[in-house]
Design a protein. Structure first.
Length: 54
């Protein structure tokens, strides 16, 4: 009998049963805040944090 690994078994069952299709995004995955975070993301946060800590 050939030696089998756990990842090989999981991969083979996923191929046969297509169980990976049953997993989707978690419930409530939509963002709850209606805020534009691009301004915060684009600024240099390290300088802002270090300036407040000093």
């Amino acid at each position: 009998m050939p030696e089998r690994t756990l990842m090989g078994i999981v991969a083979r069952t996923a191929y046969w049963l297509e169980w990976w299709r049953r997993f989707g995004p978690p419930s409530g995955n939509n963002p709850k805040l209606d805020v534009d975070f691009t301004r915060l993301r684009d600024q240099d946060l390290t300088a802002a944090v270090l300036g407040q800590a000093a």
